[in-house]
Design a protein around this ligand. Sequence first.
Ligand code: KIV
Ligand code: ZN
Length: 391
Amino acid sequence: MSKELIQIFDTTLRDGEQVPGCKLNTQQKVIIATQLDRLGVDIIEAGFPASSPGDFQAVKKVSNIVKNAIVCGLTRAVEKDIEVAYEALSKARRPRIHTGIGTSDSHIKYKFNSSRKNILERTHRAVSYAKSYVEDIEFYAEDAGRTDNDYLAQVCEAAIKAGATVLNIPDTTGYCLPAEYGAKIKYLKEHVKGIDKVVLSCHCHNDLGLATANAIEGILHGARQIECTVNGIGERAGNTALEEVVMILKQHPNLELDTQIKTKELFATSQLVAHHMGMLTQPNKAIVGANAFAHSSGIHQDGVIKNRETYEIMNPKDVGVTNSAIVLTARSGRAALAYKAKNIGYEMTKIQLDDVYSNFLKFADRHKEIMDSDIHQIIETSNVYNEIISA
Ligand code: KIV
Ligand code: ZN
């Protein structure tokens, strides 16, 4: 049976760029957009054109160069924003306007000093206005995570009536539990008239570390688009990480869901974004962190050397990582030392290995990590060096 495809909406250049101190210039945005297109994302949200002349230029340039993906520009539910977004997207082969408004009682009261009725009217007006410019309109109900489901359903219906093609249900504050977010999507699928004509989209923030879990729960309950960023970067604790949702679907074929992402490009994309953002990924970051495929304890190393699948649930090559690293530390065993030594040209008998290993342990106690160059030194200073090289 063929798998159903989930659309990957990348917002690295918009929500991702909201990381404090990580401003990208237009050229950097073009470089990243080119790589995102190569990676195979379905939609690139290139920026918020009305927010600054720089963002306008960046969306315009990205629209010019992207060959495959839909290019999207964010707006508020404000006519001027929509006009500016349309202008910035005018050269895109496949333009999308992403407009919306806050729908939780907190947003309605404190941000807009308004009423639920007025927000419904503004939803309809903004989507209709955007629709007069382009066909593909995504509507976001900001703070949908904390919006009452019944009212959210009314907002969604108003957006559909006005011509929205995609409905984005953001957990803007990263508050929802996975079951709660999944139930929200299910509720909308069951209660919104016309919902089958549109795509429901998950946009989850990571304030409680649940962004990826929430997005997956959303698609398990009927959403068909995930909004995410490379390395999970973004405002505050960030967004759903693109590489995580993509690999979750790939590694769980029983879900019968997949994406069009060329997973072998994931690591290179992560490195490119980290470099231009000036924001290194944490070593233990899932999929793309330096330690994601590193094994340091003796028991794990022994298992991985015998068969990688003992401690690796995915092949590092599938995400573009060429070496699954055996990292030598004071916790490593003889199997790992023999494996690393062999890689750099030393074959040892069991007795020779015992001798070199005792030398290794003394060295390892004084160092956090042992490099290939250190292994040469450890072998050279062992009692059995001459035997090893003359074998
Ligand atoms: O988190 C959010 O609600 C957003 C919207 C602007 C889509 O980023
Ligand atoms: Zn967001």
